[in-house]
Design a protein around this ligand. Sequence first.
Ligand code: ZN
Ligand code: ZN
Length: 342
Amino acid sequence: MKAAMLYGVKDLRIEDIETPRVGTGEVLVKVRAATTCGTDLKIFQRGYVEKVIKLPTVFGHEWAGDVVKVGEGLEWPKKGTRVRAGNSAPCLHCFMCSKGKYNLCENMTWLWGAYAEYIKVPAHMVRINMQEIPSHVSYAEAAVAEPLACVLHGIEEVEVKLGDSIAIIGAGPIGLLHLLTVKRMGAEKVIMIDLVEERLDFAKKLGADETINAGEENVKEKVEQLSGGYGADIVIEAIGLPATWEQALKIVRKGGKVLEFGGCPPGTEIKVNTELLHYGEVTVLGTFHATPLHFRKALNLIASKTVNVAPLITRRMPLGKIKEAFEILSTSKSDIKIAIEP
Ligand SMILES: [Zn+2]
Ligand SMILES: [Zn+2]
């Protein structure tokens, strides 16, 4: 089968590799759509993933497709079932799983290799984190269940309430998924902050009430002005840089909450003013990844159009052009997610 192999910084090649064989409880899926993600773009640009992957490697983790082979011992799925799965499955019996923190599982089964003609789903993942895709949902939309699951997890932890004002730093795919979700939860005002005007325009089309170009305006002053002088009830950082993590702390109101969502480079730190936490009663939290329940909810919310992710897929390209796809994402101001269709 053909698969995209990453050899190093921007060195991505389409190669013929052996199609995986299915064992007991496993399934082989013909990938119909794999969507690009900020994490993949970082891996492409840096050429590695810390501690996780050895080069050369298959990659890509947001996908959906058709089951083409079913291993022994499975009653579900059947050949031909449209499914999405993964990219993770918690073990259900480690210490973190016993505390209900399935997203922090210490023996997580991870699955990479979505940019390929076929992907083999491990038996454990078939059991606990694979879903059938309703027939009216496209493969590309279903693939977006992965990042949406992570977003739902963050939003649940930060407890968005009806009537909240919410500032979101970063109008990339993750920031926009937050926007779509909190609007449906009854946020009164959503303020999107980014450096790229095209992205802010796009955010407006998706329902942002206000936008701030951080390159042209004073973000703190503008957020205060838009929130009666106080700052936002909730601030969500959706970029993953220490500077924007710190900026998030400066635009929240007293008693408000900050969700530091974007993963920063390893070893980085931020400064937090003690008075902000004490006298200001600001809550700061981080969230990582998602649980199987969030994946299930994400696909259901996509299917019911409660969260309409279709506009985020701005381009479709064949597997053979995957390198071009990542080059487009490195420079384009208007592309959000590209669906690779092997
Ligand atoms: Zn992703
Ligand atoms: Zn576990």
